[in-house]
Design a protein around this ligand. Sequence first.
Ligand code: HQG
Length: 183
Amino acid sequence: MSINYTELSKEISYALRHAPWEYELELDAEGFVPIEQLLFALNESEKYERNIDLTDLEHIIKISEKKRHEIVANKIRALYGHSVPQMIKKIAGTPPAILYHGTTHRALKSILNEGLKPMRRQYVHLSIDTDMATQVGKRRDSTPIILQIDTVKAEDAGVHFYIGNERVWLCDFIPADTLTILR
Ligand code: HQG
């Protein structure tokens, strides 16, 4: 039997985004933990067929269509999605003039009233293209609403943008008057 990499990836996301303390891990300012500590915690439960090693972590990053995790030297982190109380420091940047956000029909009215809020996470998550936004929105709605964000107007209104990965941008908030419904 081989390792269930989807299950492993989800567990790593859970540990690094939401509940590091359940794994006796402490995230540094940028969300990194020592790989050795993560491996120790994952293997302690003995829930996988065999011990997880560095090659497995590298494999998950390689096969995933979303770049969720990153290994730098002897540390690993989640690149976005955090809900831990300690604010994870992200690098600020200037995004493309237009970004997208896929969401549900249910959330639309409230979003158009109050703007995009981080809800349970630390940042609002935005996509660089409509394909990605559709994929994000489909998690919760089979025909997601795709919102288009004027990032220049948002920056003028004081919004700061941060780099998640090559396809995901983060920010604290998106004012309603910088949003339009694409479809
Ligand atoms: C909505 C996944 C009502 C927002 C994805 C979204 C992404 C509002 C939900 C990443 C609102 C929050 C993040 C408002 C925002 N009123 N609803 N004012 N403002 N919302 O999961 O962006 O596969 O926290 O539209 O692919 O869906 O896990 O955010 O529907 O990249 O790697 O509140 O997580 O990546 O949901 O997803 P989320 P998200 P992974």
